[in-house]
Design a protein around this ligand. Structure first.
Ligand SMILES: O=C(O)CCC(=O)C(=O)O
Ligand SMILES: [Fe+2]
Length: 243
């Protein structure tokens, strides 16, 4: 939202959890949105996530997987990305990772573009004022929220790495609830995430409960061309690349 009367400041909302307002400018937001639209196409496109209890998440999601700079050959078929750009990556489903869209169309997950690793590292450096660690970011979850969608309090705990989670917002604002590591109860902080905002959470907050309580329709920047909210969450899997 470009009401911009008062600049919003970088804020540490909990130890190791940092909010950087307006990190992506409008051009960078447009570029990321265009990429998300490509990733959302089938096969292995946007899907409704169903939890083991039978419920459906209101958020729709697409995942990207392998980081080809780190795993130059697919552990499944042994080919390089040039030989086979469709090799599987990491797909998140409740509650684990797979190389195909096991809870959707079964297609191989789209590769994780190395530029998202660079983006995640830049984000960590901006939020913490120090370089990111050695591990490469190799998971991207793209979440689409319509006006009624939300995401319940949960922890990002299916990874085997304590590298910070990087989260980017595009489109309509959302109310992000950031809680504690103990449970889905107070204390928590509610903050408005606007288009272009960055959140990084790591260290003592890496396993904190968090969620999105509501979307504020009609708040996307006029020049972006998105109705609803997109969130791009970047993570380090820490999962062995072997088959
Ligand atoms: O949409 C958001 O801001 C949060 C997304 C999230 O927590 C997740 O994908 O695990
Ligand atoms: Fe999360």
């Amino acid at each position: 939202m470009e009401d911009g009367l008062f600049p919003r400041d970088r804020a540490e909302i909990a130890p190791g959890a940092v909010h950087v307002p307006d990190w992506l400018d409008l051009d960078a937001q447009r570029e990321l949105l265009a990429a998300c639209r490509e990733w959302a196409r089938p096969p292995a496109g946007l899907r409704t996530v169903r939890t083991p209890g039978g419920g459906a998440m209101s958020v729709r999601q697409v995942c990207l997987g392998w980081h080809w700079a780190v795993v130059p050959r697919c552990p499944n078929c042994g080919k390089s990305v040039r030989e086979n750009p469709q090799c599987p990556g990491w797909h998140w489903y409740p509650y684990g990772y797979a190389r195909t869209v096991v809870d959707g169309d079964g297609a191989p997950v789209k590769p994780f573009p190395p530029r998202l690793d660079r983006l995640a590292r830049d984000a960590v450096a901006r939020a913490y004022g120090r370089p990111a660690g050695a591990e490469a970011y190799d998971i991207a979850l793209v979440n689409f929220y319509d006006a009624d969608a939300r995401m319940g309090l949960h922890r990002d705990s299916d990874e085997r790495s304590d590298a910070p989670v990087v989260s980017l917002s595009l489109g309509d604002s959302g109310i992000f609830r950031f809680g504690n590591t103990e449970g889905r109860h107070r204390p928590w902080t509610d903050l408005e995430l606007r288009s272009g905002d960055l959140i990084v959470f790591g260290g003592p907050s890496r396993l904190a409960y968090h969620g999105v309580t509501r979307i504020i329709p009609g708040t996307a920047p006029a020049g972006l061309g998105l109705t609803g909210r997109l969130n791009i969450t970047l993570r380090v899997s820490g999962l062995a690349p072997g088959p």
